[in-house]
Design a protein around this ligand. Sequence first.
Ligand SMILES: Nc1ncnc2c1ncn2[C@@H]1O[C@H](COP(=O)(O)OP(=O)(O)O)[C@@H](O)[C@H]1O
Ligand SMILES: [Mg+2]
Length: 176
Amino acid sequence: MDGLRKNRGGLPRVIKQLESTHGAGVILAETYGQLISTVEAFQRLRVRILLQEFVREAAGEDIRAIVVGGKVVASMRRVAQPGEFRSNLHRGASAQPEALSKAEEALVVRAVAVMGLDVAGVDLLRSSRGPLVLEVNASPGLEGIENTTGVDVAGHIIRLAERKVRAGSASSAMDE
Ligand SMILES: Nc1ncnc2c1ncn2[C@@H]1O[C@H](COP(=O)(O)OP(=O)(O)O)[C@@H](O)[C@H]1O
Ligand SMILES: [Mg+2]
């Protein structure tokens, strides 16, 4: 707690439960009082949390991109409801298709490669110092992004699986 008190540079802060989903474990602390009492409450409950800088200029918007087999196959911009900073579709955010810049695309593909994933959903914030990765989700929901973009993401995943199976049987045939 002393560390939090001393580190005066970082308000507001975002407090996140590591197991958060649909934005339900994501809290904005505007004051040190809020920050410290919320962290204390989570510690008492033995809930694991992380603290993040609040990217104010993202203003309730984020980008969700789906990567399949090292390529971005679909991307959308999500806009939170008025008065809400969390742009999860489950919190009533609206969404529209959105193309990524070259820099965003490269960042998203690299984030998924670092995690060693074939399929992932990446959340990005557009900050004043460029795109920031918020989350790499190894089992992203498909309904929202497919409805918003019209891209058959599941089809991309199935075709990747088929390619991998074929490649796998080719190498095991060579092993024999
Ligand atoms: N550090 C942050 N700064 C600004 N907005 C944030 C920040 N972290 C999260 N958000 C907003 O809250 C939403 C939910 O956060 P996220 O980390 O993706 O949690 P979840 O896993 O529950 O979806 C994000 O989509 C984004 O709109
Ligand atoms: Mg999220």
